[in-house]
Design a protein. Structure first.
Length: 393
């Protein structure tokens, strides 16, 4: 048996940057909603106590569709003002006065649009959290700067997930720094830029004179459709984060029982940590579901902080150092963790077959099925696919 070593706790989670203004506002409002509804005093429901998948899916879709309709309406209404002004006053005012007023209207309407969309996103995310029985606001295993409200607020406001250092794992080590900078700038500006592009560039690509003025009215439904699409994405990502967090807790609290852990050798326990850590690197993002699962695993198994747990070559070598049932246990965990961020990256598709070997087709199919269950709101089905049973596939 290996000597006991210190197990990392939430104080070892370090963000590169503190929570931004929008995230703090989102967290504060989410906590306000939770306290207002009295849910902060309730315990989180077990997955088995939740309604069947068909009911949960129907309710989640209804909530999402309602939010999308509201988003469409606010996008269309805020665009009507600017389009009406241009249709009414184009060519009737001096250029300086016209463009000054037009710019002011665009800025004010855009501010109203973004504010309402952020509010709607937070309300929708909170509703989905209630639907999934996620009553508790915080998870004691997570860092204070990356609690459940933080994760959901970022989903609602489309704020990028921060770089969080844990066990020395770097999910972005295979991505060029220049690409990271470009993606970061683009992510932060995408909501504003997309709205401006629709309001300014799209309309001006068509026609001149009266025909152009007539076509500008098309910007109204176009903007509404875009805002509805954004709200749909927000709800989809919120469901993914909520379900992923529930499943991570299920794996750690319900599956990782003493009778199961007694079957695992020290090498197999190390392999379990490596399965999650290497998947985080292959996924090439800091999706919170991956971090939650890793922290839950580290709470279950004793680990060394100075080990290179995200080394893929070491992970493949370890698979040959454990028994066959233990290998299947580790591959099950690798399969589950690969699905937790809702998609398979190019690196995952290239590297995972090296670990799955002759069982590649079975495991890859299971990953796709689990991803579909997570994205479609089928929590009970996803729970069934998270089995760790020491058998292939």
């Amino acid at each position: 048996m290996s000597e006991p070593t210190e197990t990392p706790n939430k104080t070892h989670c370090q963000r590169d940057q503190p929570a931004g203004f929008l995230e703090k506002i989102g967290v504060h409002y989410y906590q306000h909603l939770t306290k207002k509804t009295g849910l902060d005093t309730l315990e989180t429901l077990a997955i088995d106590d939740l309604p069947p998948d068909e009911i949960m899916t129907s309710l989640a879709e209804s909530l999402t569709n309602f939010a999308a309709i509201i988003a469409f309406s606010i996008g269309a209404l805020t665009t009507v003002v600017s389009v009406w002004f241009e249709w009414k006053y184009a060519g009737h005012l001096s250029n300086v006065l016209y463009y000054s007023c037009y710019t002011l209207i665009i800025i004010v309407m855009l501010a109203i649009e973004m504010t309402v969309l952020f509010w709607l996103g937070l309300r929708t995310v909170h509703g989905l959290a209630c639907l999934t029985g996620h009553h508790g606001m915080n998870d004691d295993s997570l860092a204070d700067t990356d609690t459940v409200p933080n994760m959901l607020a970022r989903a609602a406001l489309e704020v990028p997930d921060p770089v969080i250092h844990y066990l020395g794992i770097d999910p972005l080590k295979h991505i060029p720094k220049t690409q990271l900078l470009f993606v970061g700038v683009l992510y932060k500006a995408k909501v504003l830029l997309s709205s401006l592009l629709i309001k300014f560039i799209l309309v001006r690509l068509f026609g001149k004179g009266s025909s152009r003025l007539g076509f500008q009215w098309v910007a109204i439904p176009v903007t509404g459709i875009w805002d509805a699409f954004v709200m749909y994405k927000v709800a989809k990502e919120a469901r993914l984060r909520l379900f992923g967090h529930r499943l991570a807790r299920h794996i750690a609290d319900d599956i990782m029982q003493p009778e199961l852990m007694d079957k695992l050798s020290p090498k197999a326990r190390e392999g379990a940590i490596r399965a999650v850590a290497t998947t985080m690197v292959l996924s090439q993002n800091h999706h919170p579901n991956m971090l939650v699962l890793l922290i839950k695993m580290c709470e279950t198994f004793t680990v060394k902080e100075d080990s290179e747990y995200d080394n893929w070559t070491d992970f493949l070598a370890l698979l040959n150092e454990v028994t066959e049932p233990e290998r299947y246990f580790i591959l099950d965990l690798l399969c589950v963790s690969a699905a937790f961020d809702g998609h398979l990256s190019k690196l995952e598709r290239e590297h995972l077959p090296q670990a799955f070997a002759e069982h590649t087709d079975v495991y890859m199919s299971r990953i796709e099925e689990l991803i579909a269950a997570l994205l479609n709101g089928r929590l009970h089905k996803a729970k069934e696919l998270c089995k760790l049973d020491f058998e292939a596939g």
